[in-house]
Design a protein around this ligand. Structure first.
Ligand code: ZN
Length: 422
């Protein structure tokens, strides 16, 4: 596989930026061209870099990753502004009428996962968790029947039942169905807990045994996680528990800073674990029924963007744990006004959108503000069978609003007007 991947990658030259064949891949440092093709290309590059140790591949893949995450990355974990054909724009050029194809979110998860496999640094899992909960899950309607091809951060566009270019319709479910793969990663001397999802997943070949990992949690609504480690045979190995850092990109600053662990215990005994590369390191002889309890800090955060992102200047977004929030016309009288300075609070609403943690506050005019998670956005407008004819032939314009939409303005936005109080 590696030989074939390297052969195909090394054949890429004398082509165009569109499919990342403009220069040899080892000389590529800026993420350009079609965003889905880019993430597939970079995923293979990460594999070659990790398996062969080729330093040219390693430095190129690190530069591409850093450029994408720190200069061309949306708050939702989406990529591809759509200023080039289904692809990236320039550095810091991140309009909110974004392209962010669902397939590019799937591809970005693959790439971040490969980087996590290669370097065992939790920051890559922080990033793919972000893309998973916001960009990818948000592409689907709550009933799972309709989907977005493009995922704008400011929109009035309904989801589709079908698209003439049916790439995303298969890519979204296959990526979501790979949750067991994204949840645990096996290392040389143990197992990495990358996602917090109520589940029962078997991880083979850990220190010569097979380990059943059971998680009980209602994350991301709360930060309480109970992990049962059930090795077939008692063995010494390390369980690495990801300690999320909500600041995932240089582009966005969520405040207050939320990272670290509130508490960590093994079989009821509090422990203070070393934190290494974003993981709490727990090494011991594990036996059936051993229980790890982790409490992660979960707080509302106000996010501001780098001044160089023109579209987000003078704007604020809301975050809770890995979730990015939207305000919608369905819940708010006027979403085109600044957010007020009233304190923000959480409210669990089991009656709303299948059960969501909402964020409540006040707008500048004193009216109540209600924010919902991005993945649940725009579920209260009628869906369409498929995009308009003009959009079908111009996929790069599939998320440009029609005239009716321009006249009424977006029905759902992430970036609200407002300055952050220092
Ligand atoms: Zn697609």
């Amino acid at each position: 596989y590696i030989n074939l991947a390297k052969f195909l990658l090394d054949s890429r030259k004398d082509g165009s930026e569109y499919d990342q064949s403009h220069v040899p891949v080892q000389q590529q440092y800026e993420a350009v061209g079609h965003a889905v093709r880019a993430t597939y290309n970079y995923s293979a590059m990460a594999d070659v870099a990790a398996e062969t140790g080729d330093t040219d591949y390693q430095s190129a893949v690190m530069s591409l990753w850093s450029n994408m995450v720190n200069k061309k990355y949306y708050l939702t974990g989406g990529i591809g502004s759509g200023e080039t054909s289904e692809g990236f724009g320039g550095n810091y050029s991140l309009r909110n009428n974004a392209y962010c194809e669902s397939c590019s979110s799937a591809g970005l998860i693959f790439f971040q996962y490969k980087m996590n496999l290669a370097y065992h640094d939790a920051k890559y899992a922080d990033l793919y968790e972000e893309t998973m909960y916001n960009a990818l899950l948000g592409s689907l309607s709550l009933d799972g029947k309709d989907f977005y091809y493009t995922n704008a951060l400011s929109s009035a566009q309904p989801r589709y039942a079908w698209h003439v270019c049916p790439c995303c319709v298969g890519n979204i479910p296959r990526t979501l169905l790979m949750v067991p793969t994204w949840t645990y990663v096996r290392g040389d001397n143990g197992v990495y807990v990358n996602m917090f999802i109520g589940s029962n997943i078997r991880v083979d070949k850990v220190a010569g045994t097979s380990v059943e990992m059971i998680q009980k949690t209602d994350y991301p609504w709360s930060g309480d996680i109970e992990l049962t480690v059930n090795p077939d045979q008692s063995k010494e190995f390390t369980v690495y528990v990801r300690v999320p850092d909500r600041k995932t990109s240089d582009l966005y600053t969520p405040l207050p800073a939320v990272k670290g662990i509130r508490s960590l215990s093994v079989n009821g005994k509090m422990i203070k674990a070393d934190i290494r590369d974003g993981y709490a390191v727990i090494r011991r002889t594990w036996k059936k029924g051993d229980k790890v309890k982790v409490v992660l800090p979960m707080e509302i955060q106000k996010v501001t963007a780098d001044e160089r992102i023109e579209a987000d200047r003078g704007r604020v977004a809301l975050r809770y744990g890995p979730l990015i929030y939207n305000v919608e016309a369905a819940d708010n009288a006027n979403i085109d006004q600044p957010i007020g300075n009233a304190p923000l609070s959480l409210e669990w609403r089991k009656d709303l959108l299948g059960g969501v943690m909402t964020i409540k506050g006040k707008w500048a005019d004193g009216s109540p503000l209600l924010a919902i998670p991005n993945y649940a956005r725009l579920n209260r407008i009628p869906t369409t069978p498929y995009p308009q004819a003009a959009q079908q032939t111009q996929p790069t314009r599939a998320n440009e609003p029609g005239q009716a939409v321009i006249n009424r303005g977006p029905l759902s936005v992430i970036w609200m007007k407002g300055e952050l109080m220092k």
